[in-house]
Design a protein around this ligand. Structure first.
Ligand code: ATP
Ligand code: MG
Length: 450
C-alpha cells in the first residue's frame, strides 16, 4: 500500500472546502467562553508521561490502553496529550496562577491523541474545545460551566442534546460505594472482561464505564453512587440542581455516568445526542477537586468540560444546520501580456490593502483559461487588462453572476471598486428585503466589513 499517500488510520484531513466550518464553530466557542471570562491557553501537544498517569489516572482506559507514548532522543518518556485538563492544570501550577485572582478561567481548542478503535465519531486524532475553572468549590460554578456549554449549543442552533447529570461524591464517600460495588461485581466475576477483573480490585467504579457490552449488561443493576454520597456532597449536588432549575436548564439524572478520567469528584455531566450513532457524547465534564493537589499543588477545587468538535459538527450536519460559507474572491484581474501582468499585480496589491479579496494570474494562462479559472474559484467580478485598457486607463468590470459590465477607471481603482461593491451589496441586500431599506444609508455599516 502507498503508505506515503495515505493518512494514518484514525486521522483525518480537514480540507479547505470544509475547514471554514471548524473555524466558524471554534470562533463562536472562544467568543462565548470569553463572555464568561475564560481566556485562551495554549499548552504543548506533548507532556511528560507521568503527568497523564497521575492526572488522568492509572486505572483509566486512556492511560492503560490509549496513550501515544514514546521515549524521545534524550530518553524522556513523552506522551501526546490524550486530553486538555492535565496540561492546563500543569501550566496553572507551573506559572503560579494560584496566586492570581481565583477562579482562573481557562479555555482551549486542541488536538488530542488516543489509540482507540476508529469508527464514526471516534478518531485517534481529534479536536476538543475545553474550559477549566480553577479555584472554586461553589456549586454556582458547576451550573455556570454547564450553562456555557448550553449557550454554545443554543447559539449554533443545535437542539435536542440531553444533559445527563450525576454526582460521584468525594474520595471519602466513595469508600463505602467501592465496597458495595466490589461485593456486587465479585458475585458476577465470571462474566467480567479481563480489564474489569483488574479494576475490581483497584477502582471498581471504572467497570461502570467499560465499553464491553457484556460488562455493560452486568453493571445494569449495580448499586448507584447517589445512594452512597455523604451529606456535604449531597448538599452540593442539590445546590447544583437548584441553580440549573433556576436557569431553566433541563437535565436528567444518570447514575451510570462516572466519566472516563479518574480525577473527577462530585458533579459529572454529559451532553448526549441520539443522532450520530453509538458515540453520542458531544460534551463531558465535571469537578476535579483533588487533581491540583494530586499534581503537587495547593488544594484547588476546580472543574471543566471538553466537547469534541468533530462530534458536534456531525450533530449539526444531522440537524441540517447551515454554516455560512466564507466569502469567495471579490475580483479576478485577468492580464493579457507582460505589461498588463505587472499592472495587474500592482492593482490586486492595492485592492488587498483596501480589504478586498482579489486575485490575478500567477501561472501565465491564456485569457480563456483565466476566465475559466475565475469562474471555478467563484470570483464575483472579473476585469480584463490588455494594452488597450492600459492606454485608455479604463477597463470593463464584469459581474460574473449577471454578465453585466461596467466601465471603470484604472486610476484609484481600488477605492472606486470598494465604493462600487458596497453600493452593489447594499442594493442586493435591499432587494432581498423587498425594498425595506429604501433611503437608508448602509454604506457606513458595509464599509466596516471591508
Ligand atoms: P467516550 O465515552 O466517547 O470515549 P470520553 O469519556 O473518553 O468519551 P472525554 O475524555 O470526556 O471523553 O472527552 C470529551 C469529549 O471529547 C467527548 O465527549 C467526545 O466528544 C470527545 N472525544 C473523546 N474521545 C474522542 C475520540 N476518540 N474521537 C473523537 N472525539 C472524542
Ligand atoms: Mg473514551
Amino acid at each position: 500500500m502507498a503508505v506515503v499517500t495515505k493518512a494514518v488510520k484514525g486521522t483525518q484531513d480537514i480540507m479547505p472546502d470544509e475547514v471554514y466550518k471548524n473555524q466558524f464553530i471554534e470562533q463562536i466557542m472562544l467568543d462565548i467562553a470569553g463572555k464568561f471570562g475564560f481566556r485562551e491557553i495554549r499548552t504543548p501537544v506533548f507532556e511528560h508521561t507521568e503527568l497523564f498517569q497521575r492526572g488522568v489516572g492509572e486505572t483509566t482506559d486512556v492511560v492503560q490502553k490509549e496513550m501515544y507514548t514514546f521515549d524521545d532522543k534524550g530518553g524522556r518518556s513523552i506522551t501526546l496529550r490524550p486530553e486538555g485538563t492535565a496540561g492546563a492544570a500543569r501550566a496553572f501550577l507551573e506559572h503560579g496562577l494560584f496566586n492570581e485572582a481565583l477562579p482562573q478561567k481557562l479555555c482551549y481548542i486542541l488536538n488530542c491523541y488516543r489509540y482507540e478503535k476508529p469508527q464514526a465519531g471516534r478518531w485517534r486524532e481529534f479536536q476538543q474545545f475545553g474550559v477549566e475553572m480553577l479555584g472554586t468549590a461553589s456549586p454556582a460554578a458547576d451550573a455556570e460551566i454547564i450553562s456555557l456549554a448550553k449557550e454554545i449549543f443554543a447559539f449554533l442552533g443545535v437542539e435536542g442534546l440531553q444533559l445527563e447529570l450525576n454526582s460521584i461524591g468525594c474520595p471519602e464517600c466513595r469508600k463505602n460505594y467501592h465496597n458495595a460495588l466490589r461485593e456486587y461485581f465479585e458475585a458476577r466475576k465470571d462474566k467480567l472482561c479481563p480489564t474489569c477483573l483488574g479494576r475490581l480490585e483497584k477502582n471498581p467504579m471504572r467497570i461502570l464505564d467499560c465499553k464491553s457490552p457484556i460488562c455493560h449488561e452486568v453493571a445494569k443493576d449495580a448499586p448507584a453512587i447517589l445512594d452512597y454520597i455523604c451529606d456535604d456532597c449531597s448538599a452540593h449536588f442539590e445546590s447544583v440542581k437548584k441553580y440549573l432549575d433556576k436557569m431553566n436548564i433541563e437535565y436528567v439524572i444518570n447514575p451510570r455516568i462516572v466519566r472516563g478520567l479518574d480525577y473527577y469528584t462530585r458533579t459529572v455531566f454529559e451532553f448526549v445526542s441520539t443522532e450520530i450513532g453509538a458515540q453520542g457524547t458531544v460534551c463531558g465534564g465535571g469537578r476535579y477537586d483533588g487533581l491540583l493537589e494530586e499534581l503537587g499543588g495547593p488544594h484547588t477545587p476546580s472543574l471543566g468540560f471538553a466537547m469534541g468538535t468533530g462530534r458536534l459538527l456531525m450533530v449539526m450536519q444531522a440537524q441540517g444546520i447551515e454554516i455560512p460559507a466564507p466569502p469567495t474572491c471579490d475580483i479576478y484581474v485577468a492580464p493579457m501580456g507582460e505589461n498588463a501582468s505587472f499592472e495587474a499585480a500592482a492593482i490586486v496589491a492595492d485592492l488587498r490593502a483596501s480589504g478586498v479579496s482579489a486575485q490575478t494570474d500567477v501561472v501565465g494562462r491564456s485569457l480563456k483559461a483565466q476566465m475559466k479559472y475565475a469562474d471555478k474559484i467563484g470570483a464575483k467580478y472579473t476585469m480584463v487588462l490588455g494594452d488597450d485598457e492600459l492606454n485608455s486607463k479604463t477597463a470593463k468590470l464584469k459581474n460574473m453572476a449577471t454578465g453585466e459590465t461596467t466601465e471603470a477607471g484604472l486610476d484609484g481603482f481600488a477605492d472606486s471598486f470598494m465604493e462600487f461593491i458596497i453600493k452593489e451589496e447594499t442594493a442586493a441586500l435591499n432587494a432581498s428585503l423587498g425594498g425595506e431599506l429604501d433611503g437608508v444609508d448602509l454604506s457606513a455599516i458595509l464599509n466596516q466589513q471591508f
